[in-house]
Write a protein that binds this ligand. Sequence first.
Ligand code: SF4
Length: 166
Amino acid sequence: MRAMRLWSVRNSRGLMKLYEMFEGTIMVIEPLARKIGYQKLERPVVAVERNIKGLMFDCQMCGQCALSSTGMSCPMNCPKNLRNGPCGGVRSNGHCEVKPEMPCVWVEAWEGSQAMANGKFFDVQEPVDHRMKGSSSWLRIMRQKKDGTYPEPKESARTDIGKIAT
Ligand code: SF4
């Protein structure tokens, strides 16, 4: 739902704070999740994640959530699925060249990330791995953060502008 998606971008700062609290909570319950088994949890968590993020962000369940770097504007709603900024076809009114009625998700991402002011907009995102489509980002983040394998962008993966901004 596009109106809800735009609302989420407009309220990116508050949503980021909410997400940080949520992430803190899931890290506390991670040992329980591990005990139950991540595989067993995948299906029910995917159902919840799909509904909540589908409503709020038009989430496409790519499995590698980038919302905290994209001002709460889901990059998978870009018709070209670009993960590192807009193509050269953004219209003068800020709309998409493929879907003229839609604001470019990267114009929205810039506005949302200005409000979030976390400097992550300039992190270079990995190419999307389509094998993860349909899986839970929440569970992946939980497991990777606990195991120390979460791919936090390294200094070398930030643009020069990003290095100045952080
Ligand atoms: S980046 Fe991926 S997981 Fe995050 S909202 Fe978009 S499709 Fe969903």
